[in-house]
Design a protein around this ligand. Structure first.
Ligand code: ATP
Ligand code: MG
Length: 412
């Protein structure tokens, strides 16, 4: 028998894994530009945390959680998203008292037991940013613009930033009522939507199952403060030269959002078109027992981000600069020492097996994509030299070990 990965889980191999590293690197650079610092949170939390924060009526909590009891009977879950853990950490560690900003980013795997399909996995990576303690619309715009900047630097094309405002506890209840009465008049709502209708009518707009086309749904009437907030948010996106589209149907799948929500969508991934989503969650930290702390944040899906830059994967393929080849079996120690010497000079190199034939080693050298083969036989060793062959121009010459670094570095 052979072992297989579990359905929905997968191995990420080069050069795709290099694409992930690239996305993480670009993200870290942008986070630094924007004053965010890294937070690392546990992969396992009490299940309760996610009911309280992600929300009891969300798809994530109702259908997608990896929930389990550990040996001592505690009710635990693998994290399905990052915000609950960051919010918990913010409260537990009294981060509101540090005198520093509350800007944190994380790069972490998430787990959701959803139906696997293209672009949808049961373990996937999210890169997320939270700005806790920030109430102004400048922070919303800063957060969304930072997200847009990451994708711009990734060279991703055909992206669309959609935004909406969900209002606040003062304007949302009226909208809720209007929405419930509108939705109640709709036929053919799916069975989850019928259940959600009273508890969480906004979520019905987010239903992914084919139902009635909800085109003439009522839109929210924002209260004065929310309207001002939303206008300023849009103005600052424009000041950041970030294009956006207002989508009154955008509600996001989580309970904690208020006012600003946004989603970054791509036209190149078919049904799984969301590459990132976020918004403002002013009530969450207080609801969880912390100090009243307005906040705004987002998470991007690294797996989908990697897919939309698939054209670039070839650029990430890492090749050694030099491939060591021994002309005969006795030259192993000499070649091995040369390899370690080159590495100490920051020149990447590789070799196959010095006991193999010269021909076979040269075949590996050609395949490796290295610029040079460094070949050593008895004469070379005696004279402290190596035959350096440019594997592209096929030019070959003997060089002294002392000159090797200089010559190679000049050609790179
Ligand atoms: P979707 O509508 O695709 O289910 P979502 O609203 O559940 O997305 P969020 O919880 O907002 O997604 O997570 C943010 C990002 O994480 C998404 O935009 C997406 O890129 C990514 N993501 C979410 N679920 C998965 C998954 N199962 N596999 C891969 N990426 C995912
Ligand atoms: Mg989802």
């Amino acid at each position: 028998m052979t072992y297989q990965t579990i359905r929905g889980f997968r191995d990420i191999l080069p050069p795709q894994s290099d694409a992930f590293s690239f996305i993480e690197k670009i993200s870290r650079e942008i986070f630094t530009l924007y004053g965010y610092r890294e937070i690392r949170i546990p992969a396992v939390e009490y299940f309760e945390l996610f009911i309280k924060s992600t929300g009891e009526t969300t798809d994530i909590v109702q259908k997608e959680m990896y929930r389990f009891k550990d040996a001592s009977g505690r009710d635990l879950a693998l994290r399905p998203e990052g915000t609950p853990g960051v919010a918990r950490a913010y409260i537990n560690n009294n981060l509101s008292q540090t005198g520093l900003n509350g800007k944190y980013f994380y790069i972490a795997d998430m787990f959701r037991a959803e139906r696997p399909q293209a672009g949808r996995y049961r373990q996937f990576e999210q890169i997320g940013a939270e700005n806790i303690g920030a109430s102004s619309p400048y922070s919303d715009a800063e957060s969304a613009a930072m997200l847009a900047e990451i994708f711009k630097r990734l060279g991703a094309e055909n992206l669309r930033l959609e935004i909406n405002s969900l209002g606040c506890p003062s304007c949302r209840p009226k909208y809720r009522e209007k929405l419930i009465s509108y939705l109640s008049s709709q036929k053919d709502l799916c069975s989850s939507c019928l259940q959600r209708l009273e508890k969480n009518p906004l979520r019905v707009l987010d239903c992914k199952i084919d139902g009635p086309k909800l085109t003439d749904f009522p839109s929210i009437e924002l209260c004065g403060d929310c309207a001002v907030h939303h206008e300023k948010f849009k103005k600052c996106l424009s000041l950041s030269k970030v294009d956006f589209f207002e989508n009154p149907k955008l509600v996001r799948g989580l309970d904690y959002y208020q006012r600003t929500v946004f989603e970054l969508k791509t036209s190149s991934l078919g049904a799984q078109d969301a590459v990132a989503g976020g918004g403002r969650y002013d009530g969450l930290i207080k609801d969880m027992g912390g100090p009243a702390s307005p906040a705004v944040g987002w998470a991007l899906g690294a797996d989908r981000a990697a897919m939309i830059i698939e054209k670039r994967w070839g650029e990430f393929e890492k090749k050694s600069n030099v491939f060591l080849v021994s002309a005969d079996k006795e030259r192993g120690d000499y070649c091995f020492s040369l390899a370690q010497f080159l590495r100490s000079e920051n020149i990447s190199c590789d070799f196959s097996d010095f006991s193999l034939s010269f021909k076979s080693q040269m075949r590996s050298a050609d395949k490796s994509g290295a610029l040079f083969a460094a070949i050593a036989g008895e004469d070379e060793e005696k004279n402290g030299e190596v035959s350096l062959k440019n594997l592209f121009s096929k030019e070959q010459k003997k060089v002294k070990k002392e000159e090797l670094t200089e010559i190679i570095k000049r050609s790179l």
